[in-house]
Unconditional design. Sequence first.
Length: 267
Amino acid sequence: MKHGRLYIIMIGVVLSTIIFTLSITGLVSAAVIDKNTVEFAYLFDEGAGVVAKDASVNGRDGAISGAKYVEGKFGTCLEYDGVDDNLVATDYFGVGGINPRTTVFWFKSRETREHSWVKWGPDSPGEKYYIRAHVRGAACNLRVEVNGGNNFGTDNVCDGEWHHCAVVFPKGSDAVKDHDLYVDGKLQVKEGIEKAMNTNDRVQEVNMGNFLASHSFMFGLFDEVAVFNVDLTLDQINAIREQGLGQALGVDPRGKLATNWAMIKTY
Ligand SMILES: [Ca+2]
Ligand SMILES: [Ca+2]
């Protein structure tokens, strides 16, 4: 009898500890990324319509032209036809100068071409800021370029599977090869030509799909794109990649428990 009651008390203590741990990790999860560092974030979970809702505090909703909603990496995503589909972050001209920045997105395609992913700035030396696919035979690699310089990796992101891409320009950097490129959380070897940067953030709105000055329209699936005004750490990038952008930013109430379990596994 006595042992039975002690057993129930013990279970109570264990359950309380589990609930407490979950709530603590929930707080940790919400603090993974500072919301004020998000320039814009599109989850593409609307499922219909022509407005990509900005999950950041800035209200920079995107204008979708042509791209269709289909099943994505997390929830729904945009499917680009490779002909003329585009998305514009209306009235947002990107991060300028040599300010730190991070761009993340998911991409899935079997098409080898110079996919235009995230681009801003005019086509002028050092002022352009284009994140696009670098074609290497039948494969394509993550690449960032300014007019006159570029930096690209070696992992194939056009093999028909989902790939997470992250382009980080660290604080204190001043040239294109200072970027760290990550594909599926793996740091890429830096190839390309060095060039000083002075990104123009006044002339060209951020486009996702349109080739603008050169290369090709994006062809394939695009999900969870965001630009940050800081250099995210690999831990932060992996949190976004593993949990989903919405949960990493603490803006998606769905699957909260899943988030917490993921954090327990991660840390
Ligand atoms: Ca179209
Ligand atoms: Ca989505």
